[in-house]
Design a protein around this ligand. Sequence first.
Ligand SMILES: [Zn+2]
Ligand SMILES: [Zn+2]
Length: 262
Amino acid sequence: MKLKFCSLSSGSSGNCQYIKTENATILVDAGMSGKKIQEEISNIGEDPKNIDAIFITHEHSDHILGAGVLSRRLNIPIYANEETWEAMTQYIGKIKPENIKVLYDSTQIGDLFIQSFDISHDAAHPVGYNIFYANKKLSLVTDTGCVNETIINSILDSDLLLIESNHDEDMVIIGPYPWHLKKRVLGEFGHMSNDMAGNLLSKVIKKGTEIVLLGHLSKENNFPQLAYKTVESILKENSIEVNPGVCLDLTYRDRASKVYEV
Ligand SMILES: [Zn+2]
Ligand SMILES: [Zn+2]
């Protein structure tokens, strides 16, 4: 069986990525209401009761909003590193002790091996995730203000990549945000621009990378077509063929993406 991936939502109004294999189902982040996440899972023909674990990238509400509710309602363990647990405990409510899982680097859930790596964001200990299944690798990187060697080396050779393409730098500069927010978005601990996404992807896409998804697009400082075109042109400049070639696609802030299989 192939691995199924669906971005149920991606962006500042909620992040939740759904991953399913023959004997494991996980979510990475649960940043919409529990009800909305259950609905979105049912909409793609799956059963929310099958979720084996929720992995948290960092404690911002767009990544954890429904985590506590889902854990209580469906008895699901939540995995996060120690610093993230400390930072989010007051927001997610009471979790059964056996469902509080402190993640030290990596763990196995059924036939999935999940590994975290550090990213650069204004949270306690933010991470991206690599998910390994059979001979396939998925990499998820959103909410990072800079791209360093750790990130590049972590996500090399992935078959499916979800990479943040948050904003167009010029749109942030001339846009409506107050100065302190502009500084945050553009800073080292903020978010990745369309250019950064394109440049990162041109370094890590391998022969055989099947699917590249752009995520966490800003409503105020980006347009879906601008993110897509910017990344596409950087990839083409680097001799990477797109559609046909690598499948480059978008995820959405207000709806689920297609269901992809690798
Ligand atoms: Zn976020
Ligand atoms: Zn964040």
